[in-house]
Design a protein around this ligand. Structure first.
Ligand code: N01
Length: 481
């Protein structure tokens, strides 16, 4: 049987796509999921302390508010449960083909169909929604000797709860978002913890707190109140665009708050100096934590800022010749973002793979479609990620456009793809804007591809993206049979 829509991935993006398609009466949908449960990045990132750094009232579907969030910024188990709760309410579980790892997605120009090769067989679909996300493939760094390490080595996104940390010597490589969340949880239980920092992060106080029972009851009985809370949170974050995008020098105020936070929490002047970032706040992802600095100040924790030379069976050797012995090695080293391996698996009509688009070598249309990839829609595509607000807002915007385009393709039994001109205009307009933003102020970050080009971030107010994705603009597309 030929599917109308094959959705790849069952995280926020994949589930959101299925819900929106069903609402518009598109049927014959399947969701391919490589794991045995749904949830995407919120299933996989189960390291201790994993938490969302965007408020839950905003980091949730607009059409599925959750009055029961127990914290204003939820922890991973609750976000995963939220998705697990949304799926049956929209009858999505029967659509999901679990343990179907997609190995190839290729357009057959004769049959005008996408073929989807999975580990459990071959499928065909008229349209494809790629909902695998930017933070799906953990990056274990290619440090010489890392595969010779004698003890357990785990990436934060592949946390193994059976690995005992109690009373062990543990090393964490990386000091990004995942690291600052898990280090405070790990530090208290281990004998010794070495934290290997390459670049210090800007860290602001975390304002998250438990939600009172009274508030939960109010949100449940008066949904409008929760909606107003969401709208308030949304606009407060949109104001941040003034600093992130329009005038990065405005970030100095936030830098002062972050420096005060560091000074308040770290007494040792040497440690404080090594934790002070020297780039503009916002250039790399801004982190929120109240317990990371205190964890680093513990007697059993050492911040190592000398570069790593190699990993040996007994531990991590730094370039000063010191071997930092450890029993367990944790890589909090991020993901393949601009070089997401999924990109190599998707091949369009001209033989090119999506990897070229991710690398920034191919133009895209609204971060969602690509010339030469008819009827293929990528959620969380190029330049749709955010440094200041909720990615769910961007996903829902992409879906406004994608669902309309999918309906055109299905109703007219047509191939729909953006024109080269429209894609080029969209891509070059964004690329012209990006160097003037905070992300172009000269730091290394996962937002940039190997050529230093930012192919990740949306450099504007999110309401502009919402506006630009509200319609299917026929003139920007080639619709052919
Ligand atoms: O990964 P990262 P992450 N040797 O790429 C270091 C989202 N997220 O998993 O800065 C030594 O930010 C690297 O050093 P440097 C969020 O969007 C969201 O922490 O490159 N160090 C850096 O310190 C986030 O931004 C939440 O110099 C090496 C760290 O590893 C994204 O996920 C929670 C190294 C990687 O930091 C990724 O966060 C958690 C090497 N060879 C995550 N290679 C929410 O709350 C890398 N590093 C929503």
């Amino acid at each position: 049987m030929v599917l109308n829509v094959a959705i790849i991935g069952s995280g926020f993006a994949g589930l959101g796509a299925a819900i929106r398609l069903q609402e518009t009466k598109v049927d014959n949908i399947a969701i391919f999921e490589r794991a045995s449960d749904l949830g995407g990045t919120w299933r996989d990132n189960a390291y201790p302390g994993c938490r969302c750094d965007v408020a839950s009232n905003l980091y949730s579907f607009s059409f599925a508010p959750n009055p029961r969030w127990t914290n204003t910024f939820s922890y991973q188990p609750e976000i995963w449960r939220y998705l697990d709760d949304v799926a049956p309410r929209h009858k999505l579980r029967p659509l999901i083909k679990f343990e179907h790892d997609v190995t190839h997605v290729e357009f057959d120009s004769v049959a005008q169909l996408w073929s989807i090769t999975t580990t459990q067989g071959l499928y065909f679909a008229r349209t494809v929604v790629l909902a695998t996300g930017g933070l799906a493939e953990p990056r274990v760094p290619e440090i010489p000797g890392i595969d010779t390490f004698a003890g357990p080595l785990m990436h934060t996104a592949r946390w193994d709860p059976s690995v005992t940390l109690s009373d062990k010597r543990v090393a964490v490589i990386g000091t990004g978002a995942s690291a600052v969340q898990t280090i405070p949880r790990v530090a208290g239980q281990v004998a010794h913890l070495d934290v290997f920092q390459r670049t210090p992060s800007w860290i602001l106080p975390h304002l998250g707190h438990p939600v009172r029972e009274r508030t939960k009851r109010l949100f449940a009985t008066l949904p409008l109140l929760q909606r107003m809370n969401r709208i308030y949170g949304y606009w407060k974050r949109e104001l941040l665009v003034l600093g992130f995008v329009k005038d990065p020098s405005r970030m100095t105020r936030a830098e002062t708050i972050a420096r005060d936070h560091l000074t308040r929490q770290i007494d040792d002047p040497d440690l404080r100096e090594r934790l002070a970032p020297s780039y503009r706040l916002g250039c790399k992802r801004v982190l929120l934590s109240n317990d990371y600095y205190p964890a680093l100040a513990r007697d059993n924790v050492e911040l190592v800022t000398t570069s790593i030379q190699c990993v040996e069976p007994q531990g991590v050797r730094t370039t000063d010749g010191v071997l930092h012995e450890c029993d367990v090695l944790i890589a909090a080293t991020g993901f393949f973002v601009t070089d997401n391996p999924m990109g190599k698996k998707v091949r369009g009509t001209n033989g090119a793979t999506l990897a070229e688009a991710w690398r920034g070598d191919m133009s895209n249309y609204k971060g969602t479609m690509f010339p030469g990839f008819p009827n293929l829609f990528m959620l969380s595509g190029p330049n749709t990620s955010l440094g200041h607000s909720s990615i769910i807002f961007m996903l829902e915007s992409q879906l406004n456009y994608a669902v309309k385009a999918i309906r055109v393709a299905l109703q007219r039994n047509a191939r729909v793809e953006p024109t080269e001109v429209a894609a080029e205009q969209w891509t070059s307009a964004l690329q012209e804007k990006l160097p003037g933003t905070v992300w172009g102020t000269g730091c290394a970050s996962w937002y940039l591809n190997e050529h230093g080009k930012n192919t990740t971030i949306w450099p504007d107010f999110t309401f502009k993206f919402r506006h630009q994705t509200r319609h299917f603009e026929v003139r920007d597309h080639v619709v052919s049979n």
